[in-house]
Design a protein around this ligand. Structure first.
Ligand code: NAP
Ligand code: F7E
Length: 405
């Protein structure tokens, strides 16, 4: 039985990779940090099948001990301070974990008597390209393995140091060490502070909140009124203000990202380590969309066609430096690894919204009752009134805005 060791098993990718490797018959060990709350939510369904050891990649001795004791055939490093925005305010921590941690793993493997029996995967990123791209003859922008790096954040600088270190250990010491230059990949398990999940979680909360207002007041007719930063719910018949909900606050909506599903991307990680020779590969869908387009897809999934009244721009979420355009060319991964993504952009957004509508429905929303005339309205959204205005206020079951199959 092959043995795999995963640093970062509690993260989005770690959870999908662990599932995937168990499915392939691997014995899987995951490294988790000692923290004061439970961080194993994403792997709770497979915990009994995993070996869990405590560790932190910034602790060189600990990393060495874990590698010695578990004797893995394959080591996957997914551990990182992975939030680009946060890396601007926690620069040192980001460098220590996202770059320094990789040194520790590479050194531990290099000094191990089993050095050449182990294969190593490093989670590199499209953030390495930063502001840079190449162009086809038709002027289409893209990034591939040959595109020059121009990092735009402390996160990207740390990942670039790690990426180069992996290459140096591969070429200098002959280690089987590969880096996957992965473009953005999301899922139902995506961290809640990344833009896609922030959007779908908000949509899930909003849909369930509106349902709860209807249920609480036995109403079919709700008028939705928009203020600067809130969405107010009024009784469609009496005009009484019933409750309010904060708008979705976002930063730059014009950046382009090449978004895939994490389940497809962890397959590519494994495929890289099955090659006779180690190498670097771009993993991407080849399609690029703006955050506006993701908002279209997410709101359309709950039958809201125009999201502009529901979203407000908050400068807090702008970054000191931005990556404007990412679109990966996965040709090498397709021809060498035979890797293809299976989940489309539309399917990704739909799955995430479906998940968040369902899970947020299990929470009990706090309906903040608002005294009448306690706010100034800016715009009034009439669609709800027009759609439902003829209905009576008779006792009715909770209204289902959206039924997923
Ligand atoms: P994630 O959800 O943020 O997971 C990060 C993981 O790293 C968590 O398990 C976290 O543990 C662990 N970690 C953080 N600091 C650590 C430390 N000092 N020692 C040990 N473990 C530590 O990230 P992800 O989306 O799964 O991404 C996986 C990897 O791919 C990351 O390296 C990321 O930078 C890279 N990447 C991601 C994408 C993407 O779009 N998702 C694209 C390209 C590259 P806790 O649970 O304890 O916090
Ligand atoms: O931002 C914009 C933001 O934080 C995407 C990480 O997994 O992928 C990820 O990094 C875009 C940026 O991901 C908000 O300015 C607008 O242009 O979801 P994100 P990211 O920065 O692309 C790469 C490949 C990684 O390697 C990273 O580990 O969305 N944006 N408004 C916002 N972003 C966030 N987070 N929050 C907002 O409110």
């Amino acid at each position: 039985m092959k043995k795999a060791l995963i640093f970062g098993i509690t993260g989005q990718d770690g959870s999908y990779l662990a599932e995937f490797l168990l499915g392939k018959g691997y014995e899987v060990t995951g490294v988790t940090r000692r923290v004061s709350i439970n961080t194993t939510e994403r792997i709770s369904h497979i915990l009994p099948k995993l070996n869990i050891v405590e560790g932190d990649i910034t602790d060189a001795f600990n990393v060495m001990r874990v590698i010695e004791e578990t004797e893995p055939d394959e080591v996957y490093n997914l551990a990182a301070q992975s939030h680009v925005g946060t890396s601007f305010s926690q620069t040192h921590l980001t460098l220590d974990v996202t770059a320094g941690g990789v040194w520790n793993i590479l050194e531990a493997i290099r000094h191990s008597p089993r050095c050449f029996d182990m294969r190593f995967y490093q989670a590199s990123t499209s953030e390495l390209f930063g502001k840079n791209y190449d162009e086809t003859e038709n002027g289409e922008k893209f990034q591939n393995e040959k595109t020059q790096f121009m990092p735009q954040s402390p996160y990207a600088v740390a990942k670039m140091a790690a990426h180069n270190m992996v290459r140096i250990y591969r070429e200098g010491y002959g280690m089987h060490a590969s880096s996957g230059i992965l473009f953005n990949h999301e899922s139902e398990r995506r961290g809640e502070h990344f833009v896609t999940r922030k959007i779908t979680k908000w949509v899930g909360e909003f849909v369930n909140f509106k349902r709860a207002v209807r249920k609480e007041y036995n109403l079919k007719i709700i008028e939705t009124v928009f203020t600067e930063d809130k969405i107010m719910f009024k009784c469609g018949n009496t005009g009484e203000v019933l409750s309010k909900f904060g708008k979705l606050r976002l930063g730059n909506l014009d950046a382009y990202r090449d978004w895939g599903h994490a389940a497809d991307y962890v397959r590519a990680m494994w495929m890289m380590l099955q090659q006779d020779s180690p190498d670097d590969y771009v993993i991407a869908t080849g399609e690029s969309h703006t955050i506006r387009e993701f908002l279209d897809a997410a709101f359309n999934a709950v039958e809201i066609e125009d999201w502009s009244d529901y979203v407000m721009i908050d400068p807090e979420f702008y970054r000191p430096a931005e990556v404007d355009y990412l679109r990966g060319c996965p040709r090498k991964a397709k021809s060498v690894l035979q890797w293809e993504p299976e989940i489309s952009f539309e399917e990704l957004a739909y799955r995430m919204v479906k998940h968040d509508v369902k899970t947020q429905g299990l929470q009990r929303p706090d309906l903040q009752k608002v005294p009448a005339n306690s706010f100034k309205t800016r715009q009034i959204h009439m669609s709800d009134v027009q759609e439902e205005g003829q209905e009576s206020m008779a006792q009715c079951p909770p209204h289902n805005e959206m039924e997923f199959g």
